[in-house]
Write a protein that binds this ligand. Structure first.
Ligand code: C2E
Ligand code: CA
Ligand code: CA
Length: 433
């Protein structure tokens, strides 16, 4: 085994090329000297300025502990003596060393995919999984893909969750501080806007714009989800009515907490709000997460059936992450299926995600449901969804959630992207081979 003397001694400087966007330093962790040399040569060829190396997980952790600047990307072999790649990934998480990484292996692609998924579910910035031998093209693609993750890792400390109390929430509800933001949902063939998803935001004096995962659960636990939802909904419907008046009729999707489905008065509340704003029920989609276990003996199934009879659209959200999907699809008359972003993001380069995504879309089409993919961040995933015949997409590639008054400005900008986004004809329905 090749033990490093001084970590910095092992850094190989390459002055020959300019560094590709975002990756100036790289760490290769592999027990095979030959494979390590190969990866280093490729990285240098691609213009990476500094390449560090380590022969196993322990060496890699020791090295990372001494480096002044964290490498921009780690290339981690899965099978190594002493500490293998999987253990290294777990250790990186335990030590909060969240540098973007790719996993590589000479074993079957399914194993690489499984480890990639594991890292993903641990919330680690995994860029992808590659089979050996590494190629310049694959490494280059991984380096290009790691830029948004570097940004996320850099943003993390600023996004440390604030502690919000029930008192804070009550005050915010009483003062109508919580506001809806809107994320465009666009047609996958044409790129044209079809609707928006309403996402709650809490503009907070100390904590800035607080995202919903930091207050929805609090509202649910303390019986505040109903006033919260009705407040967001009333604002969103007012906004939709103003858009309608300007000739922009958009479908409006709202997230419904499963707790609300237990209350039969929900149907009347929604009906009343729609009438107040002069909107038809078919302009509204109610998103219900797939993880919601609907007790067939409870009120929820009846509430959902009545909502559908009134003409509201019903979307099964986060599809693929729950456990009762098949059963729920038969019990509730959903109109839309929204594939969870964990199967969408990076699907173009991850076979497991791609297979699940494609089969979910196929199934939904056979059930005549509108298909929506969320979490589309790259043009490659967008093109894949076009080839898979997905109907609607939502994601940072198109737009981040925004205040309602920004939508018209966004639409003016978006017009210039339509040519680029449009589906190249004819589409090949059999992709990928
Ligand atoms: P969700 O329903 O799955 O909403 C989509 C989330 O994905 C949003 O996060 C959105 O900002 C984010 N997102 C959209 N495109 C991308 C992308 O390309 N990449 C990535 N990484 N993320 C993307 P947000 O706004 O933080 O909302 C989180 C969750 O909070 C929502 O997940 C929803 O379950 C819940 N939520 C939001 N508003 C409400 C609400 O009014 N009521 C209830 N009950 N839940 C809400
Ligand atoms: Ca949703
Ligand atoms: Ca979702």
């Amino acid at each position: 085994m090749n033990r490093p003397s001084e970590p910095e001694d092992k850094a190989i400087a390459s002055a020959a090329h300019a560094a590709p966007v975002g990756v100036a330093t790289l760490l290769v962790v592999d027990d095979s000297v030959v494979q390590r040399r190969h990866a280093i040569a490729l990285a240098k060829q691609l213009g990476v300025q500094t390449v560090h190396e380590a022969a196993n997980g322990i060496e890699a952790l020791a090295l990372l502990g001494t480096l002044q600047r964290r490498p921009d990307l780690l290339v981690i072999d899965l099978e190594m003596p002493t500490m293998d790649g999987v253990e290294l990934i777990q250790q990186l998480r335990a030590r909060h060393l969240d540098a973007p990484f790719i996993v590589v292996s000479s074993r079957e692609g399914a194993l690489v995919n499984a480890v990639e998924e594991m890292a993903h579910s641990l919330g680690l910035p995994v860029v992808g999984g590659l089979c050996k031998p590494l190629t310049a093209a694959a490494l280059q693609a991984a380096m290009a893909a790691c830029q948004p993750l570097q940004q996320q890792a850099a943003d993390k400390p600023r996004r440390a969750a604030p502690t919000l109390s029930l008192g804070d929430l009550d005050e915010a509800l009483a003062q109508h501080t919580l506001v809806p933001h809107y994320q465009p949902k666009v047609d996958v063939r044409s790129g044209l806007i079809r609707g928006v998803e309403v996402l709650a935001r809490w503009p907070h004096a100390q904590h800035g714009m607080v995202p919903p995962d930091q207050f929805i659960a609090l509202a649910e636990q303390h019986d505040r989800i109903r006033p919260l939802t009705l407040s967001i909904l009333a604002q969103a419907l007012g906004q939709a009515a103003r858009w309608n008046a300007r000739g922009l009729r958009l479908s409006v999707a709202v997230n419904l907490s499963p707790l609300l489905l237990d209350s039969p008065s929900l149907v009347d509340d929604l009906d009343r709000l729609m009438q107040q704003h002069g909107l038809d029920a078919d302009q509204m989609v109610l998103e219900i997460t797939e993880g919601t276990l609907i007790d067939p003996r409870g009120a929820a199934l009846g509430v959902l059936a009545r909502l559908r009879m009134k003409g509201f659209g019903l979307s099964i959200d986060d599809y693929g992450t729950g456990f009762s999907s098949m059963q729920q699809l038969t019990r509730v008359s959903f109109t839309e299926l929204k594939v969870d972003r964990s199967f969408v993001h990076g699907a173009h380069r991850n076979e497991s995600r791609r297979v699940i995504l494609e089969s979910a879309l196929k199934m939904a089409h056979r059930l005549r449901l509108t298909t929506v993919a969320e979490g589309v961040e790259t043009m490659d995933d967008w093109r894949l969804l076009q080839r898979f015949g997905c109907n609607v997409c939502q994601g940072f590639l198109i737009a981040r959630p925004m205040p309602g008054e920004d939508l018209h400005g966004w639409l003016r900008q978006h017009k210039h992207r339509l040519t680029e986004l449009r589906a190249p004809a004819p589409l090949n329905p059999d992709f990928p081979t």
